[in-house]
Design a protein around this ligand. Structure first.
Ligand code: FE2
Ligand code: FE2
Length: 283
């Protein structure tokens, strides 16, 4: 079996995405979805219910009232924050381990993904992106391919590192040495987990947004930009941080000026604190 086939076979053997997350994602795709429907779905999962109540009652959110049900959580927290808590709680188990191939310590990948999701959300609000739940989910999952590829990168790290030192991007080096990169592989994972096609595309092309089909470009661009901003500040970037820059073409396509970016970078500090707090709470 070639190495690419072996890696893809790994994806096939991954455990299924919990059904409840699939249902949540499907609901979020429906422009007419109501949060009462979401609660109906989530209510059936005692783990999520416990997680939401636990998070809402933590001092971090500083609610005056104790939360004892999902309905109350929705009223007090609002839909956006509730979705953030539900999805991050369900995903944290997958992402928490260290990824040695990427020189990421335990928790770092999760923090990077959470920071990217929160930043993408900020960008989306600023640019009036119409589908925030999808943007948040795509950004949260963008590096899911690293979960599978880490050990293969670890085996070939010297060679990849040399190529990066010579000016290649990390994803290009992965592709040349291993036959595929973590973005393409992440797309395969997302497809296996029945994610909608727009999220699959945003994950698969987050290092090469120009390669995404035109209809998925705006989503992919925002995920790519949020990721680059996090990497350029060294947020959970690990080895990948060696080779990233926010490039002007991407800024132009999403409709931001360098000045806007500078301001957003300042806000990033708060976003990062929020990501670290969510990680600490969810762990
Ligand atoms: Fe990436
Ligand atoms: Fe990333």
């Amino acid at each position: 079996m070639t190495q690419v086939k072996e890696i893809l076979a790994r994806v096939d053997r991954l455990p299924a995405m919990p059904a409840v997350v699939q249902q949540i994602l499907a609901l979020l795709q429906d422009p007419n979805f109501s949060f009462s429907q979401l609660l109906e779905t989530v209510r059936l999962d005692p783990g999520i219910t416990a997680h939401v109540i636990n998070m809402c009652n933590s001092p971090y959110y500083g609610l005056r009232q104790k939360v004892s049900s999902l309905q109350q959580a929705l009223l007090l927290m609002g839909s956006q924050q509730l979705m953030e808590i539900i999805l991050s709680g369900k995903m944290v188990g997958h992402f928490k381990k260290g990824q040695t191939g990427y020189r990421l310590a335990r928790g770092e990948l999760w923090q990077h993904c959470m920071a990217t999701a929160l930043l993408a959300q900020t960008l989306g609000e600023r640019l009036k992106y119409p589908d925030q739940p999808t943007l948040f989910t795509a950004a949260l999952m963008h590096d899911v391919g690293k979960l599978v590829l880490s050990e293969y990168v670890a085996q070939e790290f010297k060679q990849i590192e040399q190529m990066v030192a010579m000016g290649q991007s990390f994803a290009d080096a992965e592709r040349q040495v291993l036959g595929l990169d973590h973005a393409i592989l992440g797309g395969a994972v997302a497809r296996k987990w029945n994610f909608p096609e727009n999220i699959v595309a945003a994950i698969a092309f987050h290092h090469n947004p120009g390669g995404a089909a035109a209809e998925y470009r705006p989503l992919t661009n925002l995920v790519a930009l949020a990721n680059l901003m996090c990497i350029s500040l060294g947020v959970g970037a690990g080895a990948e941080g060696l080779a990233a820059a926010v490039y002007p073409q991407l800024l132009k396509e999403v409709g931001l000026r360098t000045r806007d970016l500078d301001i957003l970078m300042l806000e990033l500090k708060d976003i990062l604190d929020h990501a670290a707090d969510l990680l600490a709470l969810a762990s």
